[in-house]
Design a binder for this molecule. Structure first.
Ligand code: 5AD
Ligand code: SF4
Length: 437
């Protein structure tokens, strides 16, 4: 039996693609092994959203050179966003690579591996657009109880900093009927939790109906018997609608968590980013969400150091962060991506200044997350136990409906079950709780 090892970088969309890759390879008779060194085939599913993502993938790819020299029959395949962006050029710097497959070519991976093995020459396939949805491919899911369900692929927003439209193509929605059938089939297999995926879920259906139909889709999925937790990501502040929040308030299986990237709190920077909303609009949304969904968690992405951002712009970002008090925020320093509009903008702000802003933002946000979590100490929440902590193997980890990460002590039998928990300790990125009888 041939074996493979698969390494996934980047976002949830890549995690889903990786489950499809695993599904295809399983159907082709491959066995998955955890260690790269033990595998006949090594696959990297890559990200290129920031320069650090490129560097990480290329660094780890370079580290495979020796393995390939020791075992020339080893096949190395690189797919995903970085493969889509750099294509055959990867072979110039990394001639030990055997297969390059783009974001639209997941279904052909087994054929490309066979071709490379047979010919002894690299096989490269990077298509421009989507012809089939990877979401239609069989998946080898990481957990029996959870499934990703991509509702759209690609993105039409063209934020000026973002490479995604180039590497994932134009936004394309799957039909409501297809998605409802997929959700039904998953529930019949015992899946309890589904995460709907899209670069901007709120614009779902615009290409099919001329207007977004996300709320309608959500209502249909929420009616599928057996689905206990329905999540979705990512929301866009320009397209998130009050009716979606109202539906969430009305349905128990729609989880009270909204990931709503702010990016910046200055209207001037938001305009340069082509985000098409203002800080006031964002604040209005956050207020509305908190009013209508009592136990909601609002999480976000924020960038500092956008070209032309000033100290005053940065202060405005901080002030939005202080007002909203996000439950969690993923923070980044702007990274120019060649081929995007912002890559050509003047960027006079020194690196050190950007680093200072970044540290301050992280500090303010970590404090806000910590305080929000501290307010929950003594409260009782249902926690769905997902598995063991990576660091402390005898600790269990789980999530609340609002997606808060919880550590707890308990027997392994609790994995895959919902346990009532009282929170005892709070940190910026997670809570500690005690399971109740
Ligand atoms: N530089 C830094 N951060 C970026 N992101 C997207 N593009 C860039 C970039 N060029 C961040 C955004 C986005 C998250 C997934 O990554 O905050 O929401
Ligand atoms: Fe996901 Fe974007 Fe990274 Fe691709 S480039 S893996 S879409 S975050």
């Amino acid at each position: 039996m041939k074996s493979y090892a698969l390494k996934t970088f980047g976002c949830q969309m890549n995690k889903d693609d990786s489950e499809r890759i695993a599904g295809l390879l399983a159907a082709d008779g491959y066995l998955e092994v955890p260690e790269l060194a033990d595998a006949d085939v090594i696959i990297f599913n890559t990200c290129c959203v920031r320069q650090t993502a490129d560097d990480r993938a290329y660094g780890q790819l370079s580290a495979l050179k020796q393995l390939k020299a020791d075992r020339p029959e080893l096949l190395i395949a690189i797919g995903g966003c970085l493969a889509q962006k750099d294509g055959e050029a990867i072979l110039k710097t990394h001639p030990h690579v055997d297969v390059i497959f783009g974001t639209h070519n997941v279904a052909h991976l087994p054929a490309l591996l066979a071709k490379a093995a047979l010919s002894g020459a690299p096989a490269c396939e990077v298509l421009e657009g989507t012809t089939e949805f990877a979401g239609d491919l069989p998946a080898e899911r990481r957990h029996d109880w959870h499934a990703w369900l991509p509702i759209t692929v690609g993105c039409d927003n063209f934020c000026s900093y973002c490479i995604v439209p180039q590497v994932r193509g134009r936004e394309k929605s799957r039909t409501i009927d297809d998605l409802e059938n997929a959700a039904r089939a998953l529930a019949a297999e015992g899946v309890e939790e589904i995460t709907l995926l899209g670069q901007n879920v709120n614009s779902y259906g615009r290409d099919l109906f001329g207007k977004p139909a996300f709320t309608e889709l959500l209502a249909r999925i929420s009616n599928v018997a057996g689905l206990k937790r329905i999540r979705f990501t990512t929301s866009h502040p320009k397209d998130l609608m009050a009716e979606t929040i109202d539906l969430m308030a009305a349905r128990d299986n729609l989880c009270p968590h909204i990931h709503l990237p702010l990016q910046a709190g200055s209207d001037r920077v938001l305009a340069m980013m082509r985000r098409r909303y203002t800080a006031a609009h964002y604040l209005g949304l956050a207020r509305m969400i908190r009013e209508r969904l009592p136990d909601v968690a609002i999480t976000t992405d924020i960038m500092v150091g956008f070209p032309g951002e000033t100290a005053e712009d940065f202060e405005q970002t901080l002030s939005v962060v202080e007002e909203v008090r996000f439950d969690l925020a993923y923070t980044f320093i702007y990274s120019p991506r060649p081929g995007t509009a912002a890559a050509d903008y003047d960027d006079p702000v020194p690196k050190e200044e950007k680093s200072r802003w970044f540290s301050r933002l992280t500090e303010v946000q970590n404090q806000a997350s910590l305080e929000r979590h501290q307010e929950l100490i003594g409260e009782r929440f249902d926690v769905f136990v997902e598995g063991h902590s990576k660091k402390e193997r005898n600790r269990l980890v789980g999530r609340t409906a609002s997606n808060r990460l919880v550590h707890l002590d308990g027997p392994d039998e609790q994995i895959g079950r919902t346990v009532p928990v009282v929170f005892t300790e709070a940190f910026s990125w997670f809570l500690i709780g005690k399971g109740q009888q």
